[in-house]
Design a protein around this ligand. Structure first.
Ligand code: PGA
Length: 255
């Protein structure tokens, strides 16, 4: 049984004061016992991680700490980068990698993403591996070619056990931050193809265990329908995770 994972990707929003307030408000709205239906991870900017960790630890909140990105090397001359070792020391459990904004704006290639997945797992954390197609690719009928190609390249070299332990986030790029959500049937179709691709490459056990999130304009009003789909095991939430009330509804799976 795959427990759903709801992940709030704050992107470059909320300074550390706003981060503390948001997490405290969220904790008030969604108590620990209401977190039973789903695991929840929060991915603030790097400068907020320590503050959010302190709130989660001191109030014993049931949220997992997440990061949005990291470098694949442990240390060295990489100005501006953050090591997976540092994130692990802070108690980070989930690290997003291969987000379409990192791929498109910062030029992250499949090779770089592949190294990051390995580094994140080598340091005992769980990668949230993102994949997704542009509108042009969808309209040209190339959705699966693009998405499954990213998965094969990004996860090449991983063992079945390693793939079983990670999270794959399917995020159609045209649905991110646009208010346009893939219909639950469309999202299910691609997520089923993702699972079939994992079965083909890493075996059926890995395919049954891997958690597949949908991302792209997820809200309190559409989470229930998405999560009801057999191959959708959670959501990667951007804009709607910034607001504690809206994110609380999503954490409660729209109930
Ligand atoms: P969105 O972002 O929910 O604002 O569409 C999702 C994401 O980019 O992870």
């Amino acid at each position: 049984m795959r427990k759903p994972l709801i992940s709030g990707n704050w992107k470059m929003n909320h300074n550390h004061f706003e981060a503390i307030q948001t997490v405290q408000k969220l904790a008030y709205l969604v108590g620990k016992d209401e977190l039973e239906a789903a695991d929840v991870s929060i991915h603030p900017p790097f400068t907020d991680i320590r503050s959010v960790q302190t709130v989660i630890d001191s109030d014993k909140l049931g949220y997992a700490l997440g990061a949005q990105h990291c470098h694949y090397e442990e240390k060295g001359a990489f100005t501006g980068e953050v090591s997976p070792v540092f994130l692990q020391k802070l108690g980070v459990q989930y690290v997003i990698c291969g987000h379409s904004e990192r791929r498109e704006i910062f030029g992250e290639t499949d090779e770089i993403v592949n190294k990051k997945v390995a580094a994140i797992q080598a340091h005992g954390m769980t990668p949230i591996f993102c994949c997704g197609e542009t509108l042009e690719e969808r309209e040209a009928g190339d959705t699966e070619t693009k998405v499954l190609g990213q998965i094969r390249a990004g996860l090449e070299g991983r063992t079945p056990e390693q793939v079983a332990a990670l999270v794959i986030a399917y995020e159609p790029i045209w649905a991110i931050g646009t208010g346009r959500t893939a219909t639950s049937d469309d999202a299910q179709q691609v997520c089923a193809a993702v699972r079939a691709c994992v079965a083909e490459g890493w075996g059926n056990d890995a395919a049954q265990a891997v958690r597949i999130q949908y991302g792209g304009s997820v809200k309190g009003s559409n989470i229930a329908e998405l999560i009801a789909m057999p191959d959708i095991d959670g959501a990667l939430v951007g804009g709607a995770s910034l607001d504690a009330d809206e994110f609380a509804r999503i954490c409660k799976l729209g109930v």
